[in-house]
Design a protein around this ligand. Sequence first.
Ligand SMILES: Nc1ncnc2c1ncn2[C@@H]1O[C@H](COP(=O)(O)OP(=O)(O)OP(=O)(O)O)[C@@H](O)[C@H]1O
Length: 576
Amino acid sequence: MKLMWKYTMRHKKLLFFNFLCVFGFIIIELGLPTLLGRMIDIGVKQKDFDYVKMMGLFMLAIVAVGITLNMLLTYFGAKLNTSIIIDIRDDMFENMQTYSHQEYEKLGVSSLITRTTNDAYQVMMFLGQFLRLGFMTPMMFAASLYMIMRESASLSKFVFFAIPFLLLGVIIIARISEPLSEKQQKNLDKINMILRENLSGLRVIRAFVNEKFEEKRFDDVNENYAASSTKLFKLVAVAQPGFYFLFNIIMVLVIWFGAKQIDLGQLEVGKLISFIEYVFHALFSFMLFASVFMMYPRAAVSANRIQEVLDTVTSISENPDGVKETATQGVIEFKNVTFAYPGATESPVIRDVSFTANPGETVAFIGSTGSGKSTLIQLIPRFYDTTKGDILIDGVNVKDYNLTALRQKIGFIPQKALLFTGTIRENMLFGKADATEEDLHYAAEVSQATEFISQKADGYDELLSEGGANFSGGQKQRLAIARAIIRRPAIYVFDDSFSALDYKTDANLRARLKKETTTSTVLIVAQRVSTIMQADKIVVLNEGDVVAIGTHRELLKSCEIYYDIASSQLSEEELA
Ligand SMILES: Nc1ncnc2c1ncn2[C@@H]1O[C@H](COP(=O)(O)OP(=O)(O)OP(=O)(O)O)[C@@H](O)[C@H]1O
């Protein structure tokens, strides 16, 4: 409720109009039964048809105002509601942008999607009803009770007798529905997770003919979701007729005893009709309020899940007052760096790593899979922070940098070439928004992308579909490299970014890059020895430890692990 309240209060003006319409509508709704009673008791009973006509027209005019107010209420309510949800989604997105990898892993990408879409939708549905009925129904209920007492104190006891039962019913239902709602949203997270995995891994699933297995996996979570939804529906299915039953009992009692009082001359027909109208209003308001109240547990679960996203603070702060300018450009020093993934109980995946890389140098990392190469380079742009030891860039600890300034020094080319839906041009400009056409062509030329771009029907304006699915792996890698080159950073970090290139393109690209990076520091993670054998320094990693550092020639002689890797890939002549 705190979340909903906070966001609602951002739109006080709309809330005021909403409230004004509610208020006007109530006055009209509650005035009508009294007017009807008068029309019967004065006009109809005394056969004063002029009075009936006048009252009828007056009531019609009031109904027209009521309808207008109702329409305005719908308009202001919807505007307020959508404004609130836009704000909530914007704030969620903004906060998520600041998350480090650690927070994404903790909350889960699928869950974050569900929270931004479905949970926000649940809150919107509740607010939509609440803003319309949440104020109106309690006021209407209280005012109707007052009118009931005024019209006939003796008949009102039937209504008051029923209220505790109604309240109890609502509370019980809310209690039962809360855990069910929580389960339902968690099941929705799982549906999203499986859906995401399936859609992005469609080719793998088909290649391994695992469609049936995946269908079963999806069916299972879908059924779990359906089971919790069915329980909720059953609850509503039992609750609604229960309330209507009580509602009708009260009406029957009122009419029964009211008729007797008329017979005894203690009550007038008009009074009984307006009394019944008020009872109807009171009970109907209660029922509507109960239906909003019953939506609350589910909305509260969703609001809590949203609040968690908003409250999650990134473990890697932006550090706005941090260092922005440095005297040198591109000197990297690792000083006894140890790193364990946050929350993982395992031993560190990198232990006591130290090395230096200077501008103009290429430092490569090689080692078996899982030896910690990607982890190591991800510490440089602070995707994660070191557990022990320090990383210095141009003499400044990476933690002391303004995060944007730090990342602007680095051209990071990830292992998986992730591109965005849009044109080739847009994807390359992602590296530098104000790049000129000349920069664009230059980056494409260095990354060996010019040829394939010119072969595309629309050249730089060729569209990439979601995830670049209409481009080959090698083309995507070259575009990812071009995206980094275009910003001409002081530091290049290639995380196995040449793996999808054929040997010739790989060699051409490295030769061209060498010319481009004479004043930059280049770090390369690679599996292929041929990709890194020209490096100034090769760091050999084994299960998180640096086992040797040297040139290709030195390591062939001094490092058994390196020799084993090299001999498995190179010919005798190349090794000699
Ligand atoms: N996000 C993560 N959370 C927990 N552990 C992780 C995470 N990412 C990697 N690891 C673990 O850290 C270790 C090093 O992984 P890393 O990806 O750095 O190896 P790598 O040498 O780059 O491997 P490859 O050559 O296969 O890409 C592995 O044991 C891996 O299971």
